[in-house]
Write a protein that binds this ligand. Sequence first.
Ligand SMILES: [Zn+2]
Length: 320
Amino acid sequence: MLEILGIALLCMFNSKAAKARGRSGGAAVGYTIALWIGMEIVGAIIGALVSQGSMAGAYVFGLVFALIGGGAAAVIARLGEVRAIPQAPWGPGYAAPGYPASYPPGPYGAPAPPAPPGPYQALGQSGPPPPPPPMPSGPAPAPAPVPASIPGPPAPGDQPVVWQDRRSNGSTYRSHRADTLYAAAEALRAIATPPPNTYYVADTPDGSLGRDLFGFFTEAPLKTTALAVKPGAQPAAPVGAVSLTAFGDAMKSQASVAALKSAGRYASFVLQLECGHCGYKSPVETQQGEFERQCYSCGTVNQTRRGTINVLTGSGFVEI
Ligand SMILES: [Zn+2]
């Protein structure tokens, strides 16, 4: 009975240790049991031979060998380095020049990112900021009923944005056609954070950019070269990007990208690339290592880099 409890505890500890190193917990349980029982049988046979058939000899040798087997399993489960769950260094509103290749230690104990500034401030938008919302004195008023299609604020140099609604399986899809990714990004940023199960998608000739309650998303690769940019813009020679920053809830965004990827679907982690030429923040698809993206506003090629992001999901770590 005690022995079964011992194996169970060791299996639990070894499984946890293996998982923390990005390996299978089930496999750790497997070799823990195999090593324990296998070594116990070998020990019992040797003990019986050495002590000329004595049960006590077989028992003592069996126990000692089982402990050696269990110890070996514990060592195997602890091989390699513990992989920390990455902490987004660019929490909402936090700008990190040149995305760091390595992360600060795990999310626990890491300093909290600064409180996010309002979206207009964070975006460095040139227009006048909206007036601050009045401080509610009593209970919040009930939200107004949502009309079928909401005209948003006009995108610069464009017609007023009208979102076409489509409902499917309890979700609302609001789509809009834009001429450029620049106009798409402006239209998507101008809306308030969407409620759950509401997806805005702005379709452009260079690809479709979406927004949900976590931030920006894409469902297929965006074009990265020869983009249509803001009318009249003049691209400059390639520059280094100023920063890559998150928009919305970066941790939830990463989790959602990881979940889609592990389900075999297309997903890319979108961050705002701050242009080294004009300062505009383009929501671009990112990848690990060095990459280049054209600024949606001026068309200048920006060079940047992003570290590896491993997200812990139900089925282990997923690199995004
Ligand atoms: Zn630019």
